[in-house]
Write a protein that binds this ligand. Structure first.
Ligand code: TTP
Ligand code: MG
Length: 368
């Protein structure tokens, strides 16, 4: 049996801003781009969240909901520095750390438990150490598998601590809404609601044939997760080999201006994902599917590593525009970045432009 901790910092960027500028402490802080530049909220302090402000919301809306909110531009170099401190504290506890983003990681603490410490005590010590050495607050989920601990860390935020005892996983999950389960997005949740399935417990009760019908190849995996069974180990190597964002259109598009707008949105989405994962890539790929379902990719490698919007946008558009022909229409468009390198040391980072602009429609894409 494994013992795993999922750790996620509370209101990460906003808390760093409050720590660095005590005048912001206890106040509604909105980290993100200016409303007049179509900025969006990267994150909001918990003081601002009570007004209904959340990540990815247009800053204009956020200020409308929370007029006393203080807008602070993001300082990624500083966040990365804090992130490294936090990850170092995690690694001091165990070598088995899997960073998921700048403020989030899984820790396999099986060896620590086997050496005689209780999971609860390990979690409390970790939270205390983070608070003392960085000033940040950490929410943790503790349990025997990743999917359960991930849900646990989110349940009691901020400053959360949720321990799920071995054997209690299914019971812990049962009353929670299905959309809390890893891999159940809003669309799937909607489909499940139509089947009368609202909670993870109701999901777990369904017969296997039903899962096969609803989830196809994913059936067994989803069923196991709903029952609180998940064998996924903590990966210490970076798992991501590429990041991408793609969209299938409701009707095929041939118009260059429209395609350009889509490709730029996808590029921005990928740039955001890279930023958040603290990664840079050199190769930009566009994936294209024509109206006859022919699917192909085109790629170009840049002379430098980047996670900035502009070069990704420009490269993706250059690749796509070379494929445009009169009468040719597209049903799917994706932008990806691969060929990752470890991030460069600070300094250079400050000159990147803010990657925080409003996206008018579906922002999420289908990240793969
Ligand atoms: P999260 O852990 O999702 O958010 P959070 O730490 O601000 O708040 P909490 O965990 O307490 O709910 O993301 C970590 C950081 O990533 C966040 O501080 C800012 C950045 N971020 C964005 O830039 N855009 C986004 O849409 C999200 C969700 C996060
Ligand atoms: Mg967080």
């Amino acid at each position: 049996m494994r013992h795993i901790i999922h750790a996620d910092l509370d209101a990460f960027y906003a808390t760093v801003e409050q720590l660095d500028n005590p005048e912001l402490a206890g106040k509604p802080v909105l980290v993100g781009g200016r409303p007049e530049n179509r900025g969006v909220v990267a994150t909001a302090s918990y003081e601002a969240r009570v007004f209904g402000v959340h990540s990815a919301m247009p800053m204009r809306t956020a200020i409308h909901r929370c007029p006393q909110g203080i807008i602070v531009p993001p300082r990624f170099t500083r966040y990365r520095e804090m992130s490294r401190k936090v990850m170092a504290i995690f690694r001091d506890l165990t070598d088995l750390v899997e960073p998921i983003s700048m403020d989030e990681a899984y820790l396999d603490v099986t060896a620590v438990v086997e050496a005689g410490q209780k999971p609860l005590a390990i979690a409390i010590d970790l939270k205390n150490r983070i608070a003392e050495e960085t000033g940040l607050t950490l929410s943790v989920g503790v349990g025997t598998c990743k999917s359960v601990t991930k849900i646990g860390s989110d349940l009691d935020k901020p400053d959360g601590l949720v321990v799920v005892q071995p054997g209690d996983e299914a019971e812990f999950l049962a009353p929670l809404a299905v959309n809390k389960l890893w891999g159940i997005g809003p669309k799937t949740a909607e489909r499940l609601h139509r089947e009368g399935v609202e909670t993870i417990g109701q999901l777990a009760e369904q017969p296997l044939e039903w899962f096969a019908r609803m989830f196809g190849q994913r059936a067994i995996g989803v069923r196991d997760k709903a029952m609180g069974r998940d064998d996924e180990p903590v990966h210490t190597e970076r798992v991501a080999k590429s990041l991408s964002s793609e969209t299938t259109f409701t009707s095929d598009i041939g118009d260059a201006a429209e395609l350009r707008a889509v490709v730029e949105r996808k590029a921005v989405d990928v740039a955001h994902q890279l930023e958040r994962k603290d990664l840079k890539g050199r190769t930009v790929t566009v994936k294209l599917r024509l109206s006859d379902f022919t699917t192909f990719t085109r790629q170009a490698t840049l002379p430098y590593q980047t996670n900035a919007e502009e070069p990704i946008k420009e490269t993706a558009w250059a690749l796509l525009s070379a494929e445009l022909e009169p009468g040719r229409t597209f049903r799917l468009l994706g932008v990806g970045v691969t060929n990752f390198v470890e991030p460069e040391e600070p300094e250079e980072a400050e000159e990147r432009q803010l990657p925080l602009f409003v996206d008018d429609d579906d922002f999420s894409g289908d990240a793969t």
